[in-house]
Each structure stands twice: as C-alpha cells, then as structure tokens.
Design a protein around this ligand. Structure first.
Ligand code: ADP
Ligand code: MG
Length: 354
C-alpha cells in the first residue's frame, strides 16, 4: 500500500510577503519579523510587522507559547491532555480547562449546525483507517459499521462537572484546532501591540489587519490538481482555510485514492466531486470547522448552507470541483483571480438568491 503525505502541507502561500527577515532593523521603521516552528503536527510561520525588533520578537514568542499550551490541552495522543483524559474517562465526567471547553463547545455547536458533517467524535473510525497513525488500511465494512455506533456529537455532555461520554467514544478536535490556534495567536499578538501580521498555520492563513502600507494581503491558493497555485485572493483581517482530500490520502491495494476527510454518515472518505473548499471569515475556528464540513456536504448542500447562514454568521467560500470548475461567493468575486495557466477554469458566482 502506498501512502503519500507531504510534510509541508501548505494549501495557501502568502505570495507577496516583503522582507521575511529583518537584518539590522532601524528603530522607527516597520520591518518584518518571522518565527517558524512545528506544532499541532504541522509547520507554522508567523510574520509580524513592527517598528521595534524586541517587541516584535517578544510578541512572536508569546504567540508560539500560546499554541504550544493549546496543543498540550487538545492533543489526542498526549496522555497529559484534556482530550486524552476525556477519551479515557470510562463514562465518568472529566473536568477540563476553560480553553478546551471553549473549543469543544464550539466544535459541538458547529457539528449540530452542519447536521453532523463536522463530527468531533469520529476518531475511532479515523483510527481504523489509520489516518491517526499514518499506517493506512481499508477497514472491513462491518468494522466501520460497528465503530460508527460509538460516534455521535449529540451524545457528548458538557456540564459544570466536566465532559461525559459513553465508554468507547473518542473526541478529536483536529478539524478545528488549527483554526482556533490562529485566533488565539492573533489575540495574543494584538494584546502585544501588533496590528499587521500573517500567520501561516500549516497552510491555513490568518491575516491580521492589513499590510503595513494599508493595502490588502495577497494570498496564493494552492491547486488541488498538482503543484503551484491556481488563483490569488486579496484580503485584509480575515482567516482563510482550505480542506481537501488531495494532501492527506493513501492509494489502497485496489488502486483507489482514499482521503483523510470522512463522511460521518458512512465512515468512508468523502467522494462527492469536490476537490477543495476554501472558507474566508473573520475567525479561524469558523473557517476551519466550515471548510471540513462543507467539503463533506458537497457542492449543492454547501451552497444551500451558505445561503442559510449569511444573516447569522456570514462567510465566503471558494469551491473547486474535480471537474476543474470554480464556485465563488459574490462578496469575494472581485478579490479572487485565476492564475494565467488556469485561466480556462470556469468561475461561477454563488449568489444569495437562486
Ligand atoms: P487538515 O487538518 O488536514 O488541514 P481539516 O481541517 O479539514 O484538514 O481536518 C481534517 C481532519 O479532521 C482529518 O485529518 C481527521 O483527523 C479529522 N476529520 C476527518 N473527517 C472529519 C469530519 N467529517 N469531521 C470532523 N473531523 C474529521
Ligand atoms: Mg477543518
């Protein structure tokens, strides 16, 4: 069985970052300061723009500290983490930290809002496929059916006493953790006086404010069909998160490609004609939850969901189909441009009314 996994999982590349490192910074002039590190199973690069080198580096260190602390709370395999404790609670209530509770409650709410397309208790099925250990296999159908009995976000109880789940159920916040990490990092940086930054969280981008000159950031959207970027997106003060089955997948002995995002209704990898879903919104956690959920829903249901949410929780999206067509919500249309090599891709606009 061949397994393919890229260590650098960048879906989006910030393509117009000027000066990634600052040598001999002159006080009073805005320079770029970067910090790269490995956390949450991916590479992160935070770049902040500031006129004081010491302040910038101190802010970067605090942001990284926050990410490490968050990872320690939610890592499924870390025996010290909150999530590990809940997963081994044997049906008893388990007390968790405030930040874990905030993220868990958010994930459960999004699971409900997306009709279970986002499923934070899918871990036993993901494990059976080997997506949690990179030792991939195609589980027998009856094993998947059996494991699906331990899946159900609506059977997780969060009360003042802690979190309670039936024995055998397992939580995994992997589909929202990196988005939330972006929100936390942004908050820390802002508290430290940074108001212009780009956070690359394993390909998810959190753009803080604008570029130092007040203009938009220009991001490259990675093509789901190969190397390189297929389009660019100009944004300010937004998170941009992509989900797809083209980065983490394996080819089974049957020659079929199996991706790491599963349809919680069947327990099998999503195969609905979508190649990727990019979500653009203020909060990283919302983008992360929705990119996974909309990828599960498929084109039609994703568009329906988008229309139903525009009053309460507005967001934008860019959907790419396996047929190489692009669907873009109307607000973002003028901010999105295809690269020359991809200019033959049809771009459809998604409007509020049908
Ligand atoms: P990534 O983390 O690869 O950038 P996502 O945010 O889309 O991408 O999260 C996918 C991860 O979430 C998978 O690696 C898997 O651990 C888990 N997962 C897969 N399918 C689902 C699902 N339907 N609901 C919730 N989590 C899922
Ligand atoms: Mg996600």
């Amino acid at each position: 069985m061949r397994f393919k996994r890229f260590i650098f999982r960048s879906v989006l590349l910030a393509v117009t970052l000027p000066l990634l490192t600052a040598c001999n910074p002159i006080h009073g002039r805005t320079e770029a300061y970067s910090k790269s590190f490995f956390a949450m199973d991916t590479y992160m690069t935070f770049t902040v723009y500031d006129d004081n080198a010491e302040d910038a580096r101190a802010a970067l260190a605090c942001a990284q500290e926050e990410i490490d602390a968050l990872e320690a709370l939610i890592a499924v395999t870390d025996a010290q983490s909150d999530i590990y404790a809940v997963n081994h609670g044997g049906g008893q209530p388990v007390a968790i930290q405030e930040r874990t509770a905030e993220l868990l409650s958010f994930a459960l709410r999004m699971a409900q809002e997306t009709g279970g397309a986002l499923e934070p208790t899918l871990y036993p099925v993901l494990s059976a496929w080997g997506f949690t250990t990179d030792e991939n296999r195609i589980p027998p159908g009856d094993q998947i059916d059996g494991l699906l009995e331990s899946v159900g976000y609506d059977r997780v109880q969060v009360t003042d006493d802690g979190v309670t789940m039936a024995d055998g159920m397992m939580l995994d916040l992997g589909s929202v953790g990196k988005g939330y990490a972006g929100d936390r990092a942004e908050q820390i940086l802002r508290e430290k006086g940074i108001d212009s930054a780009v956070l690359d969280i394993g390909g998810n981008i959190q753009a803080v404010g604008t570029k130092p000159d007040g203009s938009d950031w220009k991001l490259g959207l990675r093509s789901p069909f190969g190397e390189g970027i297929f389009g660019t997106l100009q944004i300010a003060d937004k998170a941009v998160v992509t989900s797809g089955n083209y980065e983490r997948y394996f080819i089974g002995e049957d020659g079929v490609r199996y991706g790491h995002i599963l349809d919680p209704k069947t327990g099998y990898p999503v195969d609905n004609g979508l190649a990727s879903v990019t979500v653009i919104a203020k909060e990283g956690k919302v983008c992360d939850a929705l990119s996974t959920a909309l990828f599960v829903m498929g084109l039609e249901n994703a568009v329906r969901y988008w229309r139903s949410r525009q009053e309460e929780q507005p967001f934008d999206m860019i959907l790419v189909t396996e047929e190489k067509e692009v669907y873009v919500t109307e607000e973002i249309k003028d901010r999105f441009n295809l690269m020359k090599e991809y200019s033959s891709m049809p771009v459809h606009q998604i409007a509020l009314s049908e």
